[in-house]
Structures are given as C-alpha cells and as structure tokens.
Design a protein around this ligand. Structure first.
Ligand code: ADP
Ligand code: GLC
Length: 485
C-alpha cells in the first residue's frame, strides 16, 4: 500500500475559494483505497466551519526550529484522514488569504511545518502531492533543509499547478527571510529565473515559490492536457515557460473530474425538481421558475436563460461579457450571475442588473447551495475565460444538461466538444478568438438552436448529461503516476 499525502491550502468541505478546493476534496476519495492510503494536510483556518473544528483531535504539538509553535490536529471525514496545521498567529482571520506579502510568510511556515510534523504523526508518506504555490515549498524544503535526515529519504514529490497566474512571487531578500532557505535555492534556475536584470542587487531579483516547486519536485502535473502545453509558451506561462519546457519530460496534464455525488441532478437536495437524462426538459423548466423567483425575475419557463457562476476576476473573460450586456438585454433572454471578486466586475453586474431588472440579475457573493439551483435551472453557462487551466463550472453544467458556451482554451477546449450541426455531435459552443463579437456569435447560435431547433438542443443536452466527468478516468492517471514513482 502506497502512502500519499496531499498538501494544499484549501479543500472541500472545510474551506473553499475556488476549484482547487473541489479537486483536493474529491480526488483522494476517488483513488483506489486498496492501493493507496491517501491523506490530506491543510492549514487550520479559524474561519473553518465550527462543526469541523469541534471534531478535531490533537495529534501532537511542538516548537519548530525551537521557536515557532506547530500544532497538528486531525479528523476523519468520509473515510479520509485530514490533518490540520494549527498556529493562531498565522491562520486566524475571516478568510484563508490576505495580502500576498503576509501570505508568503504564512504558507512558507505551512510548508515547513508539514515536513517538520511528519516524524511525529505516525504517517510517513511515500509520495507528497503538493498543490499550487501555497504548498510549492514542500519539495524545496524536502530536497534542501530536510535532505540529510534519513526519515525523509526516498519520499517522492509531485507538484500540481492549478493556476500558474499565482506563484508566490517576491524579491530574493524577502523570500530568503520568510523561508529561511539556503542561498543556493535563490540562484538563477532555482527559485529565481535565469533571466534577471543583473544590474540589480541579488536581494532585489524576483523569486517565486511555484518555480521552486517545479524545479525541486519529481513530477509536475497540471489540470488539463491543453494547459500543460500552453504553459510551456510565453503567452500563458507568466514567466515560467523556460523551466516548464526544461521539465517537459516530467510534465503531465490530467484533466480534473467532479464529485458526481455532490453534483447529481437526480439526487441534488438544493434544486427544486430532481431529474435525469430521461425527464430533464420539463424538470429543468421547473428549476428555472424557482431560479427566476430567487433572482427576482419574471417567471417564464420558456425564456432562454444564460448563467455565470464564477470568481469575478480578469481570468474569467468578464470584459467580453461587459461588451455585450446591452445587446443581450435587447433580447428575450435572462442572464443570471452568481459571483464575487474584483470590484470592477461586481459593480458592472450590479449596474446592469439595475438597468435591466427584468432581464439581468446578479447576486454578488458566494453561495454554494444557490449555485446548484443555477446549474439546474439555466439553459446555458457562459465560461469565456481568457485562460482556464481546467474549469469545473463547464463540467458541472454538462452534468446538469446546461450547455457551456466557452472560449476554446485550456481545459475548456479539452472538455467541451463544439456543436457540429452536420454530424450531430458536440456538447456545447466554443469560440477561438478572444473577443466580445465571437462570444455574442456563439450565444446567438445557441439561442437560435434552443428556440428554432429544439430537438437538436435536447439531443445535445442529452449527450452532455451522458458524458462521464467523474474522477473515474483521471484518478487512474494519477494512480499510474504514483505507481511509477
Ligand atoms: P476557479 O477555480 O478558477 O475559480 P473552477 O471552474 O475550477 O474555477 O471552479 C470554480 C468552483 O467554484 C466551481 O465549483 C463553482 O461552482 C464554484 N463557484 C465559483 N463562484 C461561486 C460562487 N459565487 N458561489 C458558489 N460557488 C461558486
Ligand atoms: C484553478 C483554475 C481552474 C481549475 C481549478 C482546479 O483555480 O483556475 O481552471 O479548474 O484550479 O484545478
């Protein structure tokens, strides 16, 4: 039995800001339990739900480097053992992330605390699977500071990139100070890019934690095949293409799955009317009526309803949506939005909701339960992202028979098959050029099909619902990778 430890900064059901939490929460449950003992370690945020905090049991506590407190607590949920790194000074507050400057210190502490705790928790992993920049220093510490300790010898590491935009980047001086890593780590080619402005003093060079994770881990994965290719190019790599190209023999894209127990229109408790592929058409209309009620829109089950469930950031292509809002409002359609994030986009959706109260309605905030009703009640989901490592919203939409309209990029390209009217294939609509006009063109096509060729629409929704986006296939790929290490 191989032992695998996931290290991450968020995980459903304890804390979530985006898809990372969904993946860390669902992949371990889907790995073969006869072959892998998979556990997860997370920061113990004060903002974690009370019902989980009450169940925590202490495993150990100690002073790391003789000066900083580390407590390890644990609970078992749904058959998976979770460990939590406790330190009030670092993980108090109302949310998991604050400003980058202080987050760097928090997650450097977290990564080192994870390794320091391993000899004391009675679980020595064969493989450490680190997720995103917040855990990226684990492979770095392991192969430097902890290298001499026989306990750690032979532990293999995987670094998974969920979003290369976030890297944990600051200058060498600050990162040396918060990480305590030896200066060899800050040589060009390690945490520091080989292309530095050498006229600047070394302390002012840029260093990134994610680069360190990529350099020091045994394997690097990311969350779709297309994104694995894209991040080797300057346009998508945010400055890391050199190292990813260099490591390409050890770089693999594995598309995410979704938790099909949580996301199941047949059993979903948060929707008005459960359904499956046989009765989705009428049932989705009932969900639409409830959705319209919740969003204060006139109730009409036949209105073509578009939805966006998203973090409201530049990544998500909302500038394209901005460009077509007035045009959309001229049609007999609904646009429903659930999201939070950048002020600019929050205000944009607030503005258009008040301008067109009978057509457009936005709720600014995070609401897991409501998101279920949206996926069930809308007809199509907009995901026009500028870049998208994988994307889970389009996968959930497919499962709920709501057709995705997407920019053909990253994981969106790998998971949504564009509608082909001649062959009668496809599960959604996609556009290649990143522009408002192309997005509008695809929406027009979708709306036309929904109204004028309803049987084709229904056939496509059925194809979408029948696809398997559970973890069944992708977990096998992770298992293969774990076996190969
Ligand atoms: P990302 O991780 O880049 O935010 P993903 O598509 O991978 O994008 O995952 C987003 C996840 O977060 C999905 O499960 C989606 O339903 C959920 N989500 C995003 N915004 C909200 C919100 N405002 N309320 C509820 N769920 C949300
Ligand atoms: C990131 C990406 C998203 C991906 C998620 C889970 O947040 O933006 O595309 O689905 O991680 O891997």
């Amino acid at each position: 039995m191989k032992k695998v430890l996931f290290v991450a900064s968020e995980c459903v059901p304890f804390v979530k800001t985006g898809g990372l939490a969904d993946v860390v929460g669902s992949l371990p449950k889907n790995l073969d339990k006869n072959k892998f003992d998979t556990r997860v370690i997370l920061p113990q945020y004060q903002c974690m739900k009370e019902k989980y905090k009450e169940r925590l049991k202490s495993v150990c506590y100690f002073q790391m480097d003789n000066r900083i407190y580390v407590g390890i607590n644990t609970l078992v949920e749904d058959g998976i053992t979770y460990y939590f790194v406790d330190n009030n000074q670092y993980f108090s507050g109302s949310k998991p992330y604050f400003d980058l400057f202080s987050d760097l210190e928090r997650f450097a502490y977290f990564s080192k605390a994870v390794l320091s705790a391993l000899p004391l928790i009675g679980f020595r992993p064969d493989i450490i699977h680190a997720h995103d920049w917040q855990a990226a220093l684990v492979p770095v510490y392991l192969n430097t500071v902890f290298q001499g300790d026989p306990f750690f010898q032979g532990i293999r590491t995987i670094m998974t990139i969920h979003n290369i935009r976030f890297q944990g980047c600051w200058n060498v001086g600050h990162l040396r100070w918060v990480t305590g890593l030896p200066s060899e780590c800050f040589q060009p080619g390690k945490l520091v890019s080989p292309y530095q402005d050498t006229s600047l003093p070394w302390d002012e060079w840029n260093a990134t934690m994610l680069r360190g994770g990529i350099v020091y881990s045994d394997w690097v994965t990311t969350v779709s095949e297309s994104y694995a290719y894209e991040i080797q190019t300057p346009a998508f790599s945010d400055g890391l293409d050199d190292i990813l190209k260099w490591r390409r023999e050890r770089l693999m894209g594995i598309v995410n799955g979704i938790d099909c127990q949580v996301w199941n229109p047949k059993t979903d408790q948060f929707i008005a009317k459960n359904y499956d592929v046989r009765n989705f058409w009428n049932s989705k209309k009932e969900n639409k009526l409830e959705l319209q009620k919740r969003f204060n829109l006139p109730q009409n089950g036949d209105i073509f309803t578009l939805a966006i469930v998203s973090r409201l950031t530049d990544q998500k292509g909302l500038d394209l949506v901005d460009g077509i809002m007035d045009e959309l409002a001229r049609r007999n359609i609904n646009l429903i939005v659930l999201g939070s994030g950048d002020q600019r986009y929050e205000n944009m959706f607030r503005y258009f909701s008040s301008k067109y109260p009978n057509k457009i309605s936005a709720k600014i905030g995070y609401d897991e339960e409501l998101s279920h009703l949206i996926y069930a009640g809308c007809d199509a989901c907009l995901v026009p992202s500028a870049f998208e490592p994988c994307g889970l919203t389009q996968l959930i939409a497919l499962r709920y028979g709501s057709l995705p309209i997407v920019h053909e990029i990253g994981g969106l390209k790998d998971t949504v098959k564009p509608y082909n009217q001649y062959e009668g294939t496809g599960t959604g609509f996609s556009f290649q050029g990143y522009s408002s006009s192309e997005l509008l063109d695809r929406i027009n096509h979708a709306e036309w099909l929904y109204r004028e060729n309803t049987n084709e629409w229904k056939a496509m929704a059925k194809r979408a619902m029948k696809e398997d986006w559970s973890w069944t296939n992708s977990s096998k790929k992770y298992e293969g990778l774990y076996d190969s290490l």
